[in-house]
Ligand binder design. Sequence first.
Ligand SMILES: NC(=O)c1ccc[n+]([C@@H]2O[C@H](COP(=O)([O-])OP(=O)(O)OC[C@H]3O[C@@H](n4cnc5c(N)ncnc54)[C@H](OP(=O)(O)O)[C@@H]3O)[C@@H](O)[C@H]2O)c1
Length: 316
Amino acid sequence: MDKQTKIFIAGHRGMVGGAIKRVLERQGFTNLLYRASSELDLRNQAAVNEFFETEKPEVVVDAAARVGGILANNNYPYPFLMENMQIQNNLIDAALQTGVDKFIFLGSSCIYPKLAPQPLKEEYLLTDSLEPTNEWYAIAKISGVKACEAIRKQFGKDYVSLMPTNLYGTHDNFDLQSSHVLPAMIRKFHEAKENGHVPVTLWGSGTPMREFLFVDDLAEAVLFALDNVLPEHLYNVGTGTDLTIKELAETIQVAVGHQGDIIWDSSKPDGTPRKLMDISKMHELGWKHKVELKEGIEKTYGWFLENQNNYKEVKL
Ligand SMILES: NC(=O)c1ccc[n+]([C@@H]2O[C@H](COP(=O)([O-])OP(=O)(O)OC[C@H]3O[C@@H](n4cnc5c(N)ncnc54)[C@H](OP(=O)(O)O)[C@@H]3O)[C@@H](O)[C@H]2O)c1
């Protein structure tokens, strides 16, 4: 892709959008466009339309969303459904109406049925019921995938959906009320270490299996999708390997240097028993992740240590 292409990165202040911005800048893209939610509320259709008519982006990467873990999804079903649909609908429709030829929509592995065969193939979409704790978010994301597929089918435009597995990395959300499992564990182990290696209590049984991708690797996958016309509308993005939540906890415990006990609170929900992506489609096209889990956790913990004071002021 021409380095002068005007690319709008929606959600550039987030973990994912920020990683995409940094990768594109490193690659020499000079015409990147972005707005904070305080400058452009993507739920506001009129404002989004005006922005597209004025700025005329040529390409859009949609990394803007209301995201969160099980707790946030369970407690706030309406915004997880409605705000995500508003954001993506406004972006996708404004892009179509203003002649954007390439659109990358980011979803998540929770779009696949709770009990789908593993590893999850793209073709399993809409073949069974979703995991109830995050179905609000999943249904919004599925409608985004379908909107891009419909545009591709009807107008022949290069609108593609990338479904990353669980992501983690620098600039992650470490707020225990709304964070995902990996950053929540980093913070819990770190604080337990600081408090004299007191025990750490973690949710669930520790037996579910999960896959984790370092966010810079996802950003590289987005770059790959920008540089190539992908032949299909939907691609999984992950590492292709998973581990139990218990193994994850032990890996983080070692990286953080916590020496106390781990207590599993099995009164709390586990979520989907296993979630491993089949990533053979992206591998066949030529993309593969580079950062393994141990290295990624160490980088993420390093970032957390450098930024926790600043972070606490901003987010907690
Ligand atoms: N994190 C994961 O594990 C994960 C896994 C799979 C897929 N994904 C996908 O990756 C995407 C981004 O996730 P993330 O983890 O980067 O989330 P994040 O860190 O919470 O960032 C979300 C971004 O969306 C923007 N945003 C939210 N509401 C907005 C609004 N009304 N108007 C304008 N901007 C708004 C925020 O902008 P401001 O900062 O300016 O408010 C923020 O920068 C999502 O589509 C998500 O489904 C994430």
